[in-house]
Ligand binder design. Structure first.
Ligand code: GLY
Ligand code: MN
Ligand code: MN
Length: 435
């Protein structure tokens, strides 16, 4: 069922920010994977946020200047010969009812209708993220209209990304979004627990990937929210390791960064655990540093705190910990000033989470970090990565550790949406204990 009221409320909020602008959006194009087959279809996040429409071949116009049809959806027309290949399509009347549109038209008329809508608009907002053909088309159309109205006046002054309005809206999640994100988080948490229980030295990284991803789908998710990372031993030190083809050795740590998408919403979890169920002393030393920083940042996440403050806290705790265990030398201030920590910690502490795993939304405004508000959701994911070629003490080489949870800011503090997956050393060892 499509919750039309939710999307209508979002469009109304958007319209208030538009002035005499018009919004002209294209759904995501299908992407060829290999001859005659496409990647699984995934709707453009901004398009979905405003329409709830998730099938291919669509576009929409949100036009406050058109009082009869402020919201027009363009869809593929019914065509029995094509539908036997790709599935049934709604009629235009059904589309109007299901999606709460004021009218539904054949996608073939999108360009003509866009031109007409642009004529009475002061500005055109469109999705300008990934679809270059659409971007060029919008530029062409704006140029065409401006030429047509040169003598009579009017017409759009420019083309702007819909993101300038919608990405700010997407930063603060509504109740329905939080519900869906919690479901995605729960499925992912269950999958991580299954993976920890299943893991044995001698298995392959892809077998653990299979445990995780089969649960994502079994539990109702659409699949992974991003390409799963399952890295054993030295592979755990490669930030975007996605090959997942190696065998897991006794004594390896396994870093698993994998999570489900549920009804378009992402979760994002990382856990790192010993393949044989027991951390070595060197592994415990680094794990303890990452865990202390991660817990402190989660604890500090509340309304009024800036995103940058969380990163600063994370960095200081990681650096102090790395000094304590002999991974770095000098003082914390020197290490931070000279950025020598970047040998082992080279990414930010977290990112917004929502329809996109790295969700849209600014981190800085006018040079200042965003201040956290209730409804914001982001990850907290410190890590330390000591690869086998590093100059670190021998005992630490080949150890990569990241711990990542999804944090919702609430009125009084935060809710850790992924707290169900163990992260304390004793909890992990107990879960993995073979009886
Ligand atoms: N899984 C992507 C990330 O952690 O940013
Ligand atoms: Mn992440
Ligand atoms: Mn992640």
């Amino acid at each position: 069922m499509v919750h039309t009221n939710i999307y209508k409320t979002r469009r109304e909020k958007l319209i208030k920010a538009l002035g005499r602008g018009v919004v002209i959006l294209k759904g995501a194009p299908e992407q060829i994977r290999t001859n005659d087959t496409e990647y699984p279809y995934r709707q453009d996040s901004d398009f979905f946020y405003l329409t709830g429409y998730s099938d291919p071949g669509a576009a929409c116009i949100i036009n406050p200047n058109d009082s009869d049809h402020p919201f027009t959806l363009f869809v593929l027309p019914q065509d029995p010969k094509k539908e036997v290949w790709t599935g049934w399509r709604l009629s235009f009347d059904e589309t109007v009812k299901v999606y709460g549109a004021d009218q539904a038209l054949d996608i073939a008329s999108f360009e003509t209708e866009s031109l007409a809508a642009m004529k009475s608009a002061a500005k055109v907002y469109s999705n300008l993220n990934h679809d270059r053909d659409h971007q060029h088309k919008m530029l062409d159309l704006v140029g065409q209209v401006r030429k047509e109205v040169q003598r009579s006046g009017g017409g759009p002054e420019g083309l702007e990304s819909i993101g300038s309005i919608v990405h700010g809206m997407r930063l603060v999640k509504d109740e329905r979004e939080i519900e869906l994100m919690q479901k995605a988080a729960d499925i992912s948490a269950e999958a991580h627990i299954k993976a920890m229980k299943a893991c044995q030295p001698g298995m392959t990284e892809f077998q653990i990937q299979a445990v995780l991803e089969s649960h994502f789908v079994y539990a109702g998710g659409s699949g992974p929210a991003y390409t799963s990372i399952v890295g054993a031993g030295d592979n755990a030190t490669v930030l975007h390791y996605v090959k997942n083809r190696d065998t897991i050795a006794d004594g390896d740590l396994l870093l698993v960064d994998a999570a489900a998408e549920f009804e378009m919403y992402a979760s994002d979890i990382t856990r790192t655990f010993p393949a044989n169920g027991n951390f070595s002393d060197a592994q415990k030393a680094i794990y303890g540093v990452v865990l202390k920083a991660q817990k402190a940042v989660v604890e500090a996440s509340k309304p009024g705190v800036s995103f940058q403050e969380l990163h600063d806290l994370d960095l200081r705790l990681l650096v102090e910990g790395m000094l304590e265990i002999g991974l770095l030398t000098g003082t914390a201030d020197e290490v931070i000033k000279n950025e020598t920590y970047t040998d082992y910690f080279m990414h930010k502490t977290g990112h917004w989470l929502g329809l996109d795993v790295h969700d849209m939304g600014k981190y800085m405004v006018d040079g200042d970090s965003i201040i956290l508000e209730p409804g914001m959701v982001f990850t907290v994911e410190p890590g330390i990565y000591v690869n086998s070629k590093s100059k670190a003490p021998e005992k630490y080489r080949g150890i990569g550790i990241r711990i990542e949870d999804d944090i919702l800011i609430t009125a009084t503090g935060n809710k850790n949406m992924t707290a169900a997956v163990p992260k304390e050393i004793m909890e992990i060892e107990a879960l993995m204990a073979r009886v």
